[in-house]
Design a protein around this ligand. Structure first.
Ligand code: ADP
Ligand code: MG
Length: 271
């Protein structure tokens, strides 16, 4: 009986769509030099199928910790995390890894690409782990790179690419296993405004055109407004939840930025 009520509660918050990831009363305590750090203190979070959700909050509020938990990279100290309704704590480590590799793609602030490895080989890597054959690997990696507009940079090394291009390689790497969920932790944190807008455009496109569930961590208010829903953390607690009424569309920002730069150029030209 309790189970039915619980799933009703979850479904209600997702407006009838499926809950793909859920944290329930989750706490995380790190022990560092015998000092306890309470990174999360009783967080409830539901991620709905096909939504784009932002987690916002100041530095140290627990955003990355929460991402690690819902991304199955770490386990909570208490509380429960479920994926598609299945309790994470009851899964064996290899089962957990299998679910993660199959369903979830990660994008990090610092790109995390292998330095002496081409864009193509970086994107192929998750498929190596998945045991996909060489020919198939390179076909799928090329396709993923084309999808993020880097079909002409296959053999470039990370240091031969701009920050924005490196992040697009990282997005291609996250996509190559065809996950249903992409988790992006401060994906625009190290990027200039042009590249940041391009990365947000790609994430919005994955969400809108391909139905991929996107969870985005940011400390930037404007970036957070690219999502449909915002959850705000402070000191390890959820302090605010908002349905975004007027979403920021990256494509609109791109057009506005280009117009601004054009106007600036023209003003300089007529000086
Ligand atoms: P955010 O991503 O919002 O900046 P984090 O989730 O990274 O916040 O960190 C939340 C709190 O937990 C911070 O006080 C941070 O110092 C601490 N913390 C994070 N990871 C660890 C760790 N591995 N060991 C000890 N403390 C940690
Ligand atoms: Mg963080």
């Amino acid at each position: 009986m309790a189970d039915i009520n619980e799933s009703d509660r979850a479904a209600a918050s997702c407006g009838g769509s499926r809950v793909v990831l859920e944290a329930r009363d989750v706490s995380k305590c790190y022990l560092l030099d015998e000092i306890e750090v309470h990174a999360l203190r009783g967080v409830d979070l539901q991620v709905c199928d096909g939504e784009m959700l932002s987690i916002i909050g100041p530095s140290g509020s627990g955003k990355s910790t929460l991402m690690h938990l819902i991304g199955l990279l770490d386990r909570p100290s208490s509380g429960s995390v479920t994926v598609e309704g299945e309790e994470v704590s009851s899964m064996e480590p290899n089962q957990l890894a299998a679910v993660r590799n199959k369903r979830i793609g990660f994008v990090f602030q610092s790109f995390n690409l292998l330095a002496r490895t081409t864009a193509l080989a970086n994107v192929e890597l998750p498929l190596v782990y998945a045991g996909v054959s060489g020919v198939e690997r390179s076909r799928r990696a090329r396709e993923a790179l084309e999808r993020v507009g880097l079909g002409d940079r296959l053999n470039h090394l990370p240091n031969q690419l701009s920050g924005g291009q490196q992040q697009r390689v990282a997005i291609a790497r996250a996509l190559v296993t065809e996950p249903s969920i992409v988790l992006a932790d401060e994906p625009t944190g190290n990027l200039d405004s042009h590249s940041g807008i391009e990365v947000m455009r790609i994430l919005q496109d994955l969400n809108e055109q391909h139905g991929i569930t996107v969870v985005l961590v940011t400390h930037d208010e404007t970036v957070s407004r690219h999502a449909q829903r915002i959850v705000e953390l402070r000191d390890g607690r959820v302090v605010r939840e908002e349905v975004v009424q007027k979403r920021v569309m990256a494509e609109d920002r791109r057009i506005a930025l280009e117009a601004e730069e054009q106007a600036l150029l023209e003003a300089r030209g007529s000086e």
